[in-house]
Design a binder for this molecule. Structure first.
Ligand code: HSE
Length: 430
């Protein structure tokens, strides 16, 4: 079917932008600065448009852009492409569906919407001969989706492990250098990296949505995001970085999926990563994705995963692909159930009121579930009335270890909930 961008290939592609926040305003300025041939920003939608129009972010934009706070103006307009940078499931799902129905291409950075409803929206786009592109939804400025769509289709991707949330990477890499969790989170919010509700960042929902999109594009696996377990980074303390260092590791939020053809395992959570792994080298708002293919082996993608300008580059690149008619790749996807049964070595950190017999009680609980202790680490100098120490285990299933931790947590000497983290194995061992 002929669509509006191909119809207008000899003339301008008219662009309507939804949202004028950190990413939206960066998109507008990138379009203005780069002056791409045949592409023109004609409309901007935002709530409270007068405030946005009068803000410093709007300075320098050309005067013939139509600003509106009525979505109907955009949907009824002659825009060929709608760019969405607002986020959220509702009302955005309905608005973008209506844009597709009206024959407009859609470029979106909305990971929650694509993770939960991307299959239906893609179907709608196909039925109406338009493109739905969302490369900016995963890893901000790192073009991992076009790379796996166009560059890895010849392989059979079996594993993906990624640092997919810039805010968590910023927080954890600053904590590694000694900073306080709350101070760093406030800095990430002030810099515009964090989601409107930073719960999505620190509790893993943002990375989970991105993991589900990657699973769909790189592995052709459709997952229900709610079925993928998440673990918050809120319980990671500075002491964990000290103990991680003693184990030649640091801590990062890692999103993982593995498929052996039968079982699909996936999870998101803070994870010990060896100093020798590329995950440990990723600092600040960087994202890093490692895919492992059955034939091609490991491929690593890395770059800025959050922030206005890096994300705007991804959005505008999608727009240009649409304008040039090269945006659509459609692959068959199979919906799969998620298993939580990852087998990994584990890190357990306890804070106890010190007294004889604690280590033996913990060892007993671990032996009860068949988990083998690899090391016991206790740094000198901590107060005996709130003593943190660490046990690591040989590889075993996280669900099994969790049973032991639930028993240990009930011991009267435990002053807080034990922290259980997976340890990422060295790449050559996996
Ligand atoms: N809050 C997200 C992050 C922004 O920190 O990665 C990009 O999706």
């Amino acid at each position: 079917m002929e669509n509006s961008a191909t119809r207008s290939s000899e003339k301008e592609t008219r662009v309507a932008l939804l949202g004028f926040g950190t990413v939206g305003s960066a998109v507008a300025h990138l379009l203005q600065t780069q002056q791409f041939d045949g592409v023109r920003l004609t409309r901007i939608y935002n709530r409270g448009i007068q405030r946005k129009q009068g803000s410093t972010r709007a300075e320098g934009l050309h005067g013939d852009i139509i600003w509106t706070d009525n979505i109907e103006d955009v949907l009824a307009s002659d825009a060929d492409v709608v760019i969405e940078t607002i986020g959220g499931l509702d009302p955005m799902g309905e608005w973008l569906a209506r844009a597709l129905l009206a024959g407009k291409h859609v470029v979106t950075a909305n990971k929650q919407l694509i993770a939960y409803r991307g299959a239906g929206l893609s179907q709608l786009a196909r039925e109406h001969g338009v493109s739905l592109v969302y490369n900016a939804a995963v890893a901000g400025g790192v073009p991992v989706i076009p790379a796996v769509l166009h560059g890895l289709q010849g392989d059979r991707v079996r594993q993906i492990a990624g640092i997919l949330n810039g805010t968590c990477n910023f927080i954890l890499s600053q904590m590694e250098a000694g900073a306080d969790y709350h101070d760093v989170l406030a800095k990430a919010q002030a810099a515009g990296y964090a989601e409107a509700d930073p719960t999505a960042d620190v509790d893993g929902y943002d990375a989970r949505a991105k993991l589900c999109i990657l699973a769909r594009t790189a592995m052709q696996i459709g997952l229900d995001p709610d079925a993928v377990p998440v673990q918050t980074i809120r319980n990671v303390r500075l002491v964990d970085f000290h103990y991680a260092r003693d184990l030649n590791c640091t801590i990062r939020q890692v999103a993982r999926i593995e498929s052996d053809g039968e079982t699909v395992r996936a999870r998101v959570g803070p994870t010990l990563v060896p100093h020798t792994s590329p995950f440990a080298w990723s600092h600040g708002t960087q994202n890093l994705v490692m895919t492992t293919g059955e034939f091609g082996g490991d491929v690593v993608f890395s770059g800025h995963g959050a922030g206005g300008n890096p994300t705007a580059v991804a959005v505008v690149s999608d727009l240009l692909a649409v304008a040039h008619g090269s945006a659509s790749v459609s692959l068959p996807v199979q919906n799969r159930a998620v298993s939580r049964e990852f087998v990994a070595p584990h890190y357990l950190r306890f804070v106890v009121q010190d007294k004889p017999g604690i280590v033996s009680a913990i060892a007993g609980a671990l032996a009860q579930v068949g988990a083998n202790i690899d090391s016991i680490v206790q740094r000198p100098g901590y107060p005996k009335d709130a003593l943190p120490f660490v046990v690591t285990t040989e590889p075993c299933s996280t669900a099994t270890i969790q049973q032991a931790v639930d028993t240990i947590a009930k011991m009267p000497t435990m002053l807080e909930e034990p922290l259980l983290l997976q340890i990422l194995r060295e790449p050559q061992e996996s």
